[in-house]
Design a protein around this ligand. Structure first.
Ligand code: VGL
Ligand code: ZN
Length: 204
């Protein structure tokens, strides 16, 4: 059984949002077309409390996109984004969400960021997604959404580590791209065992 995993298609990651991914909204029609063809659709939602430790504003003297050392390792600092209950945290209004069966919220612990749909950035704290997928007898994931170089990448790599077959739909993901991080993300995902696929191949 296969599932479509839609990562973080939220206002703050789309043009005009607090942490906008260039052209992030352009993938939405592709995702909507794909989601019609899947029996299981799962979404993730970045969902941070105010003052989250991944926000540059929580660290004096730090600017967005600088990095700091956290107890669990290196962490990029971000503009405040996807604050719980804010409009920026809402799914983009053009995203078709009615067929979604599960929403995995992540990043809700103040002290740990969480890029992946499976594990927080300490690579130990689970979101519970593996258990859900196993109980629903899902063995194959098709990953789409934002951002290629952060939440998509980590979800894909963790999904493979958890034993799932993972396809990444190349024209249904977009990245932030900090110093070549999108190309690097593709290399890491493919090295980990992900497969690249086009929406055209899936829809035909
Ligand atoms: C994301 C940075 C911070 C993402 C979330 O969805 O890729 N990136 N929080
Ligand atoms: Zn975030």
């Amino acid at each position: 059984m296969k599932a479509l995993l839609i990562v973080d298609v939220q206002n703050d990651f789309c043009p005009g949002g607090a942490l906008e991914v260039p052209d992030g909204d352009q993938i939405i029609p592709v995702i909507n077309a794909l989601s019609d063809t899947f029996d299981v659709v799962i979404q993730t939602q970045d969902w941070h409390p105010k003052g989250h430790s991944s926000f540059a504003s929580s660290h004096s003297g730090k600017e967005p996109f600088e990095t700091i050392e956290m107890p669990y390792g290196n962490q990029v600092l971000w503009p405040d984004h996807c604050v719980q209950g804010s409009e920026g945290a809402d799914f983009h209004p053009e995203l078709e969400t009615n067929r979604c069966q599960l929403i995995v919220r992540k990043g809700f612990r103040k002290e740990i960021d969480s890029y992946s749909a499976f594990y927080e950035n300490d690579e130990t704290t689970t979101t519970g997604l593996t258990g859900y997928l196993l109980e629903r007898e899902i063995d194959t994931l098709y990953a789409v959404g934002l951002a290629t170089d952060f939440c998509v990448k980590w979800s894909v790599i963790d999904g493979i580590k958890e034993g799932f077959d993972v396809f990444v739909v190349e024209d249904a993901v977009k990245g932030i791209d900090i110093e070549g991080s999108v190309n690097q993300a593709w290399e890491e995902m493919l090295d980990a065992g992900a497969e690249k696929v086009s929406s055209e191949a899936l829809l035909s």
